[in-house]
Design a protein around this ligand. Structure first.
Ligand SMILES: [Zn+2]
Length: 474
């Protein structure tokens, strides 16, 4: 039986879906104006682990991860924004490219990163810009039911009208009023804590739409409420996000959805805690900001990073260091080597290795609010036992053990383990590698890059290391 910690009730609860055998799962997805970083990925991995766990328990999961592509970009923002290292974005900004192009570029990059780290594709990844009508409909409903008001073409949610405001985060109106004031509240708000559902666009605003109130753009929170309702219905089973989403984003989602439908919005709220880098908050200016490519460029596999996420529980703060990433890599290699050894015949007498205890430990840990560090321990303990046994015997039930490892490590934890130096590289790939090595010797870097792209299309990435080309299956 799966137990999950519910941020709303602040305790672990037995998971019971609304409809037997089916689960609706919503995840707040990326804002596509920059590359996703390893902190974003941690939160998406939690949703993926939940999805995989539920699937392995036999549930049919319908999952949504939205794409926040509604920009609040003005010409000025485009010119002043942090351009990062990316040449295309820099060029897009310089040439005043359409923000849609920028959004699509980073959406693609985010999806590629997710694929590399083996995050299962969501059932739907709706874009906010393609669901403006659903948002307008929900805002109209909120105005009709007197939970929202319009002034000067702007629409705000009136939080005083919703008694349960603050139930998720503890930030009730009363508590908010005790705290600091907002530095620059919108002049049209009745209460500074009311939040925007629709804003009238300033003249130079690029992304804007017609609405009953003004030519403008939606507030951020409304997109998730509208898309969740459209794809999953008024009430959903699970909603996930990072802990920074709890307030104000998820609090606002609850207010909008509950008031619009008159029904409970979400049964289980799941939040992943922050990721620190070297004990500090990750930031570009501190130089401790990492994306998945930054990690793989240093010679690690995406699976190494995934292993590192799994080594800490999603509700505890995670501190990313390269020392811990090395440990993660070691763990992955240990499992891989054990599997390879298990597959290889030896000359010793066969012996049965009972794995029930390891299986039970793994299942119990995963059912206990996705306790992945504990689940991983059971796998590593089993690996030790296998290696010890293989020193003096062969294992008669190796097929059963391999099936368990394949299911637990690959399917449930999502760590790719079959890709290894031991695996044979297809002849076609080897041929391209040879051509590329020749091209590089001849300093024909154009051809070398073309061959790298060719390999990429065939599902392999190649890196140039001091010892030669290093091939990785993507
Ligand atoms: Zn959201």
């Amino acid at each position: 039986m799966l137990k999950i910690y519910n941020t709303l009730s602040k305790k672990k609860e037995i998971f019971t879906p609304l409809n037997p055998g089916k689960v609706s799962l919503y995840t707040c997805g990326p804002t596509v104006y920059d590359y996703i970083h390893i902190g974003n990925l941690r939160s998406y991995i939690t949703a993926d682990l939940l999805n995989r766990r539920l699937t392995s328990l036999g549930f049919e999961v319908k999952s949504i991860k939205n794409i926040t592509d509604v920009g609040h970009l003005t010409d000025d923002d485009l010119l002043q924004g942090d351009s990062g290292e990316d040449k295309m974005l820099k060029k897009a900004k310089e040439e005043h490219k359409d923000p849609y192009e920028i959004a699509r570029f980073f959406e693609k990059a985010a999806k590629e990163d997710e694929k590399k780290i083996n995050i299962k594709k969501s059932t739907f990844t709706p874009r906010a810009t393609e669901h403006i009508q659903s948002m307008i409909k929900m805002i109209e409903e909120l105005i009709k039911k007197d939970f929202a008001y319009e002034i000067n073409g702007n629409v705000f949610f009136e939080i005083e009208k919703f008694d349960s405001y603050g139930a998720l985060s503890g930030n009730s109106l009363e508590n908010l009023n005790i705290g600091a004031r907002l530095s620059d509240p919108h002049p049209d708000k009745k209460n500074q804590w009311d939040f925007a559902l629709w804003l009238k666009a300033p003249k130079n605003h690029i992304m804007k739409w017609e609405s009953p109130w003004s030519v403008g753009y939606p507030g951020w929170h409304i997109e998730c409420s509208a898309m969740s309702t459209e794809y999953l219905g008024d009430t959903i089973d699970i909603h996930t996000g990072g802990e920074d989403n709890i307030f104000p984003h998820h609090e606002a989602e609850i207010a909008q959805s509950t008031c619009a439908s008159g029904k409970k919005f979400v049964n289980y709220w799941v939040h992943t805690r922050f990721l620190l880098v070297d004990g500090k908050k990750m930031s570009k200016s501190k130089g401790n900001f990492y994306t998945l490519s930054d990690i793989t460029q240093k010679g690690y596999l995406p699976s190494d990073l995934r292993m590192l996420y799994i080594m800490s529980h999603y509700r505890s703060q995670m501190n990313f260091t390269f020392t811990s990433l090395n440990q993660a890599k070691k763990n992955r290699e240990t499992i891989q080597k054990t599997i390879n050894r298990l597959k290889t015949k030896n000359k010793f007498k066969p012996k049965n290795l009972c794995i029930n205890k390891f299986k039970d430990d793994f299942e119990d840990a995963m059912n206990d609010d996705l306790n992945t560090p504990k689940a991983l321990s059971s796998i590593l303990n089993l690996a030790t036992e296998i290696n010890k046994t293989l020193d003096t015997s062969s294992i008669s039930n190796s097929k059963e053990i391999l099936a368990f490892l394949n299911n637990s490590v690959q399917n449930v934890l999502g760590i790719k383990i079959d890709i290894n130096d031991n695996q044979t590289i297809p002849a076609e790939i080897n041929e391209i590698l040879t051509q590329r090595a020749v091209a590089r010797t001849n300093k024909d870097f154009k051809l070398s890059d073309e061959l790298r792209d060719k390999l990429k299309n065939l599902g392999y990435s190649v890196e140039d290391t001091p010892t030669g080309q290093k091939l990785t299956q993507i």
